[in-house]
Design a protein around this ligand. Structure first.
Ligand SMILES: C[S@@+](CC[C@H](N)C(=O)[O-])C[C@H]1O[C@@H](n2cnc3c(N)ncnc32)[C@H](O)[C@@H]1O
Length: 223
């Protein structure tokens, strides 16, 4: 068994033991095939981690950058509960349409709003609306714009909010200080912003699993 197979086998075992996925979650995951970028949604254990984090902090409002087929959105929508709200920002109308269909089918369509367009613009527009602060933010769109997304997240959260920044390892390239790769630079600049912001505290973890070598940063807004 090579490493990828072993990681997948362990994820499969964890999923079977701990991550109950009903028909709606399975159908939403399968809906991925009708998006512009199949295969890049969070894994089931990652989706459940988001939901658990949201529940642990009593999140009622979640903001997401990058909807795809709405798989992570569905985990978040369930976690915030019937009185909660999720705003998810997505570039592609095609993906938003698939996600809306999936979320409506799962019975949570009324608590999710998907805004279509470049998230740098849609998040900036959201900031001008001065909405109630979001309790949890999941940043999972194009990586070069991570710094702008973090900036928007800070304008849209409050002390106590949690921000999850996904896909931070970049196959190990994140450790390359001199990189010119825009995705890596996007992650590194965002992490530098976190490190230099006295309001924030954070850690980052590398993970392996069905998605190979991956990782996320967990950011806590203390003030
Ligand atoms: C990794 S996928 C999101 C997966 C989803 N969060 C999940 O786990 O189910 C990234 C998404 O970001 C979207 N995206 C890419 N560039 C974007 C941009 N500039 N603004 C908004 N969304 C963007 C892509 O179309 C894609 O649907």
């Amino acid at each position: 068994m090579d490493s990828d197979q072993a990681w997948t086998a362990v994820d499969d075992y964890f999923i079977e033991e701990l991550v109950d996925q009903d028909q709606a979650l399975l159908e939403t995951a399968a809906g991925d095939a009708r998006t512009t970028a199949p295969g890049i949604a969070v894994s089931p254990p990652q989706g459940k981690l988001l939901a658990l984090l949201a529940e642990m902090i009593g999140a009622r409002r979640a903001l997401e950058f990058g909807t795809l087929a709405g798989y992570s959105t569905l985990w978040l929508a369930r976690a915030v509960g019937p009185q909660g709200r999720v705003v998810s920002l997505e570039l592609q109308e095609q993906n938003a349409a698939v996600a809306r269909e999936n979320l409506a089918g799962a019975g949570v369509g009324d608590r999710v709003e998907i805004r279509v367009g470049p998230a740098v613009e849609t998040s900036a527009a959201l900031v001008t609306e001065h909405p109630e602060p979001f309790d949890l933010v999941f940043i999972d769109a194009d990586k070069p714009n991570n710094p702008a997304y973090l900036e928007a997240a800070l304008a849209l959260t409050r002390p106590g909010s949690v921000i999850v920044l996904d896909n931070v390892t970049r196959q190990g390239r994140v450790a390359e200080a001199q990189t010119a790769a825009p995705d890596v630079a996007g992650v590194r600049t965002a992490l530098r912003m976190v490190a230099e912001d006295p309001r924030l505290d954070a850690t980052a973890l590398q993970t392996v699993g069905v998605k190979g070598w991956d990782g996320f940063a967990l950011i806590y807004r203390r003030s």
